[in-house]
Design a protein around this ligand. Structure first.
Ligand code: HEC
Length: 130
């Protein structure tokens, strides 16, 4: 009989799950330079990605303005679900939470307003009943 093999299998399973857990914990930690690369690849031919200047495509708002206009929560949802997919001209793209956080970190760096200092949710509209 081999009473030990079961224990060893269990231990390696635990190590494996610990590894998966820390990989998941890394979500939401995208860097600003990752975010900029994603925007350059997917959005830069139409939207301005810089701290100043007009967009290449007339009518596409610079992304720094989009960033400052919407609460973080809406930006996160919008990017993750394929932001702007309702706009005919825009590509249908979905970003992972890590990619979204990188994009927000980048937009925070060019606007000087870190994502953590932006409001998360829209201020409730007082004219509407709850
Ligand atoms: C082919 C050109 C094109 C590309 C590529 C593009 N966009 Fe746009 N986007 C536009 C245009 C034009 C508008 C404004 C007109 C409209 O709202 O339909 C717009 C509007 C938006 C808006 C809405 C702004 C508002 O105030 O409602 C967001 C957010 C946005 N784009 C994000 C992105 C992101 C993020 C990417 C890259 C993943 C991207 N766009 C790629 C053309 C583009």
């Amino acid at each position: 009989m081999k009473p030990r093999s079961g224990l060893i299998a269990l231990t390696s399973l635990a190590l494996l799950t610990a590894g998966v857990g820390s990989a998941l914990a890394a979500e939401g930690s995208g860097t600003a330079s990752d975010g900029k690369a994603l925007l350059e690849k997917n959005c830069g031919r139409c939207h301005s990605l810089e701290a100043t200047g007009e967009s290449p495509l007339k009518g596409a708002p610079p992304l720094r303005e989009v960033y400052l206009r919407y609460p973080i929560e809406q930006l996160e949802e919008g990017f993750a679900e394929g932001m702007g997919s309702r706009h005919r001209d825009m590509p249908q793209i979905q970003f992972s939470p890590e990619q979204v956080s990188g994009i927000l970190n980048y937009l925070g760096s060019i606007t000087g307003v870190e994502p953590s200092r932006r409001p998360r949710a829209a201020v409730p509209d007082e004219t509407e009943p709850p």
